[in-house]
Design a protein around this ligand. Structure first.
Ligand code: HEC
Ligand code: HEC
Ligand code: HEC
Ligand code: HEC
Ligand code: HEC
Ligand code: HEC
Ligand code: HEC
Ligand code: HEC
Length: 454
């Protein structure tokens, strides 16, 4: 008998140990203050879409009694009100599906909806290039303006990151080319710009998720803006890999503190979260002193398509204040000396000579401006600034030597030589460069969408 008893004791100890490691299951409690319509949403969706319900139930919103209605209630005449959804209140199979609980709902929830309760975050966000990216794209991008890609290529590519311009079709349903979409600069039917769930996925709306680099890396990656790869290879990224599971990701909003809650910064620490005397901001355009994505690097206030309403020196000081939570002044100042030198090298040694040669070919009629991608020197020029040149500048900005040199300046040299050889041959021969026709996958709508183009 002794044996059986001790076996039982071991088994129950094991159960207790596992139980400690499993987070307590959150039970959603029915609050007396909640309206019956709000209860109906929750109860029916708990059955119909348990994954969605569980996310909401585990969120701070649920704990604060913020219900589905607070975000999804629509005016019956709103353009995006869900017509299908009214049928949910004509169901005989579900006791919550009756007209007594009927509320018009819309699937789209915009920054304007969130602003009822989070006005500061929404105001900051609306100043950022995240919110205004669609305006920039439609002002300057050849792919869009010249119809050089198809609607499908745009919907599955550009819009998924930059955001779509939402519209409704002839049946009053959301246009399938534009929905679903949670891009950073989505143009909403209520005139607001952006989609808060691009970093705080619904329905957890978690600060923990947004503080992690993966939240940004979904869009900030690849050959032309490899910020997540740059971060991963930097010392800061290596520290995150080694110690990230010890960081206090769930510190209350605005209190996440370097040295206390984490020992190496993430994207959010440097670009958004509060640090020292610098306040948390949803405007990612703050703290920047260069436009390192542009063909010619300029100050943010001199970026013509959308001049930033900031002063580069003030913003640089804010970023330095973040660094100084963990580093000395000299370490930080010297980093910026190298960044400025990298910008100058890129502008003067690579960009300007290539641009001058390109312009000469256009002037002499050896290249044709009508399609800026169908002649080889045009593509070479694009790669120089849009891919390799960005990698060199951004690698230098965020401490990634492999990007600054091997994927950056090294490739710039190679591109420079190939471009110059071709350009000189074309100029010497006086014969226009070969034009590739027909250019594949064209036909995207070139009409500027209806949005504030200021
Ligand atoms: C009786 C069940 C039921 C009730 C009550 C109910 N829903 Fe739904 N809801 C559904 C089902 C099923 C779907 C998916 C099918 C569809 O979109 O019509 C859905 C879809 C939705 C959608 C997506 C609509 C779209 O057009 O894509 C939203 C948003 C939504 N519900 C929110 C709510 C809110 C808010 C409430 C409370 C005011 C609510 N629901 C009440 C069953 C219900
Ligand atoms: C804090 C605001 C908020 C609350 C509360 C909220 N939602 Fe949502 N919901 C959103 C956002 C944001 C989206 C994503 C759509 C967008 O980006 O416009 C969304 C999307 C949806 C969708 C469509 C997504 C899909 O995958 O089909 C449904 C259905 C939905 N919500 C139902 C609900 C239900 C049911 C509740 C309550 C249990 C609820 N929501 C609570 C903000 C909210
Ligand atoms: C009706 C008011 C209301 C609306 C609308 C609302 N929220 Fe909230 N939200 C709150 C409250 C209250 C809290 C704080 C809960 C707490 O501190 O426990 C909160 C907390 C948050 C947090 C912090 C969560 C965390 O992990 O600490 C985020 C992020 C958030 N909301 C995002 C959103 C977004 C995005 C929207 C729009 C899609 C939205 N909220 C709409 C009331 C609202
Ligand atoms: C994987 C996500 C993603 C896709 C897909 C994508 N972009 Fe971008 N795009 C970005 C990011 C991130 C930046 C910011 C670059 C930076 O600052 O490093 C950017 C920058 C830009 C810019 C420069 C904006 C400025 O301020 O100078 C334009 C224009 C642009 N993209 C247009 C497009 C178009 C048009 C498409 C499709 C043909 C597209 N993008 C596809 C993520 C994406
Ligand atoms: C680019 C990513 C990103 C987007 C998009 C974004 N957030 Fe956040 N949000 C964050 C980060 C990171 C934090 C955490 C800041 C910190 O460390 O305290 C945060 C925190 C919050 C908080 C907690 C309070 C605070 O200010 O720290 C609220 C509320 C919130 N966000 C609402 C919103 C709303 C509303 C929108 C849409 C207008 C939005 N967020 C869009 C990244 C984002
Ligand atoms: C859904 C896609 C998406 C996500 C997620 C995203 N971004 Fe962006 N981000 C973009 C695009 C697109 C741009 C280019 C905007 C432009 O210049 O037109 C951009 C631009 C930026 C810029 C340059 C702003 C400027 O004024 O030049 C910074 C900094 C930035 N993002 C930081 C972040 C951080 C930090 C996160 C995560 C907390 C994040 N982003 C998450 C798409 C995204
Ligand atoms: C150690 C702090 C730090 C971390 C971590 C960091 N960045 Fe940066 N980032 C910078 C600095 C510094 C610059 C250059 C700022 C300037 O213009 O003066 C920069 C530049 C950028 C730019 C170019 C903006 C422009 O218009 O030129 C983008 C986009 C960006 N960061 C996004 C990200 C993303 C996404 C992550 C995470 C994957 C990240 N950053 C991680 C400090 C950081
Ligand atoms: C939360 C603390 C923290 C913040 C904030 C922070 N760093 Fe760091 N950084 C570190 C740590 C820790 C190391 C590792 C130092 C070592 O090599 O022992 C590091 C390393 C570096 C390195 C060395 C890279 C290498 O490859 O040798 C540079 C340069 C650097 N940081 C610059 C900056 C700059 C610039 C900022 C602000 C834009 C910044 N850091 C923000 C903690 C931080």
């Amino acid at each position: 008998m002794m044996l059986a008893v001790s076996a039982l004791a071991v088994a129950s100890a094991a159960v207790a140990a596992t139980a400690e490691n499993i987070p307590k299951k959150k039970e959603f409690r029915i609050e007396r203050g909640m309206s019956k319509q709000a209860m109906a949403c929750i109860q029916c969706h708990k059955q119909e879409s348990p994954g969605l319900f569980a996310d909401w139930a585990a969120s701070r919103h649920a704990a604060a009694n913020i219900t589905c209605i607070d975000c999804h209630q629509a005016d019956p005449h709103d353009k995006d009100v869900s017509k299908k959804h009214f049928k949910q209140y004509e169901r005989s199979d579900n006791k919550w599906g009756v007209s007594e609980y009927k509320i018009p709902v819309a699937a789209v929830v915009t920054p304007k909806d969130c602003s009822r309760c989070h006005p500061d975050e929404v105001k900051q966000y609306s100043r950022s290039k995240h919110a205004k990216t669609n305006i920039i794209v439609w002002k300057i991008d050849f792919w869009m303006q010249k119809g050089l890609n198809t609607d499908t290529e745009r919907a599955t590519g550009c819009y998924a990151c930059h955001g779509s311009v939402l519209s409704v079709d002839e049946n009053g349903e959301l246009d399938k080319q534009t929905w679903p979409n949670v891009g950073v600069g989505r143009v909403n039917l209520d005139g607001s710009l952006g989609s808060c769930s691009s970093c705080h996925t619904r329905h957890r709306f978690s600060v923990m998720e947004a503080r992690k680099p993966e939240a940004c890396g979904q869009c900030h990656l690849g050959p032309d803006h490899p910020q997540i790869e740059i971060y991963n290879e930097s010392k800061h990224g290596a520290i995150y890999d080694a110690f990230g599971d010890e960081y206090n990701w769930n510190a209350a909003p605005g209190t996440w503190t370097p040295g206390v809650d984490y020992r190496g910064p993430t994207c959010a620490s440097c670009h958004m979260s509060g640090s020292g005397t610098v306040m948390t901001s949803h405007d990612v355009t703050e703290r920047l002193s260069w436009e390192t994505q542009a063909p010619l690097t300029v100050r943010p206030e001199n970026f013509k398509p959308l001049p930033a309403q900031t002063n580069w020196k003030t913003e640089r000081d804010k970023m330095k204040e973040v660094c100084k939570q963990c580093h000395g002044q000299t370490w930080v100042d010297d980093h910026y000396v190298k960044l400025d030198a990298a910008v100058e090298t890129y502008n003067e040694t690579y960009y300007k000579p290539v641009k001058a040669k390109l312009d000469e070919m256009y002037e002499k009629g050896l290249l044709d401006k009508s399609n800026p991608f169908d002649q080889v020197p045009e593509i070479e020029y694009y790669f120089l600034w849009h891919h390799e040149g960005r990698r060199a500048r951004m690698g230098a900005a965020m401490m990634a030597p492999d990007y600054a040199w091997w994927h950056g300046f090294f490739e710039c040299k190679h591109r420079f030589m190939v471009f110059m050889k071709e350009a000189d041959e074309i100029l010497a021969s006086g014969k226009p460069a070969h034009k590739y026709e027909p250019f594949p996958g064209t036909g995207g709508d070139t009409k500027r969408p209806n949005m504030p183009m200021n």
